[in-house]
Write a protein that binds this ligand. Structure first.
Ligand SMILES: NC(=O)c1ccc[n+]([C@@H]2O[C@H](COP(=O)([O-])OP(=O)(O)OC[C@H]3O[C@@H](n4cnc5c(N)ncnc54)[C@H](OP(=O)(O)O)[C@@H]3O)[C@@H](O)[C@H]2O)c1
Length: 308
């Protein structure tokens, strides 16, 4: 996989992909590259103006591609349910759980969950459960790719305080939500294996890529100096969203992908860095923790997975 790049994505004709958070950063590049290789791509975005603008940009980069914006707010379970219910077609080949928020001031989702846990994990947990029957329909090559982060090492989920009500710390909350992404992939992979499914659950992370992720939190609080500093850091140290999307694209399309794999760049920073199997904290493969998170996520979202 050393040096693997987007030109090596196999032909995706006849395949359908849903990419969450496809209007910006890594999600936009992921959607664009899949469309360029012939996939039908649904851009699942929370804001219609940004979603439609992304649709135009992807179409311009992939003329003739079948690309469509569809509204999805992961911080609102009724929106997740509506998205799944309205999704056209009865099969889905790729679900790219990419959308995310990072280090926000304390906020709650519509359903009352801590915003980072609610958006990054619970929203995607519910979405995947609702779309799993369609992924099964696609059969061979169907994948759930969940985008985590190297910063998952900041902490694992606390089963007694999933919404971090005790003492909110924005970076720890982000780390926990990204550990939740990996625990989710771990548990989903095991359950898919147990049912003999051909659907593969895999995770990826982009390293440090210059996107809107780093500025969204400080902008929300109107911290302009902090915003300038973050932008400077992005210019100096981050890699491009194009490079940041490569681990996701590899996880989504390469033949060399197994259940519960986790891909990332070799180095976190600026230069073009080859995709490889990434290091992950041992707690992200803890069966007890993943099963516990799964049960809690079903209870909190009201989405119960069915197994065949
Ligand atoms: N960039 C990095 O260095 C880095 C490092 C490690 C991991 N990651 C992960 O990479 C993924 C993509 O992030 P990015 O860097 O590309 O950041 P980004 O440019 O900020 O993109 C994030 C996307 O998520 C969407 N989103 C946020 N909240 C949402 C919600 N409630 N419902 C639906 N969509 C929502 C955003 O929509 P709006 O435009 O409407 O806000 C945007 O499209 C995230 O999971 C992030 O944790 C990024």
């Amino acid at each position: 996989m050393t040096g693997w790049n987007a030109s090596e994505i196999p032909d995706q004709s006849g395949r359908t992909a849903v990419v969450t958070g496809a209007n910006s950063g890594i999600g936009l590049v992921t959607a664009r590259e899949l469309a360029r290789r012939g996939a039908r791509v649904i851009l699942a975005c929370r804001d219609a103006t940004r979603g439609k603008a992304a649709e135009e940009r992807v179409r311009a980069a992939a003329p003739g591609a079948d690309v469509q914006f569809a509204p999805l707010d992961l911080a609102d379970l009724s929106s997740v349910r509506a998205f799944a219910a309205d999704l056209p077609g009865d099969r889905l080949d790729l679900l790219i759980n990419n959308a995310g928020v990072m280090a926000l001031p304390q906020r709650r989702t519509v359903d009352g969950f801590e915003m980072q846990f609610g958006t990054n994990h619970l929203g995607h947990f519910a979405l995947t459960g609702l779309l799993l029957p369609r992924l099964r329909e696609a059969g061979h090559g169907a994948r759930v790719v969940t985008v985590s982060s190297g910063l998952h090492v900041l902490g694992t989920v606390d089963p007694r305080d999933l919404n971090m009500e005790h003492r909110y710390r924005r970076w720890i909350a982000y780390g926990r939500s990204k550990s939740a992404n990996l625990l989710f992939t771990h548990e989903l992979a095991q359950r898919l294996t147990a049912e003999g499914s051909r659907v593969v659950a895999v995770a990826a992370h982009p390293g440090y890529a210059a996107t809107n992720l780093q500025t969204a939190g400080v902008r929300m609080e109107g911290r302009e100096v902090a915003e300038r500093i973050v932008e400077l850091g992005n210019r100096l140290f981050a890699q491009s969203p194009e490079n940041g999307a490569l681990p996701t694209l590899y996880a989504a399309t390469s033949q060399d992908v197994r259940q519960d794999d986790y891909f990332g760049p070799r180095f976190e920073f600026r230069s073009r860095t080859p995709t490889r199997r990434a290091v992950r904290a041992p707690w992200t493969r803890n069966d007890r923790a993943s099963a516990g998170l799964w049960a809690a996520s079903e209870r909190l979202t009201g989405v119960t997975y069915t197994w065949v």
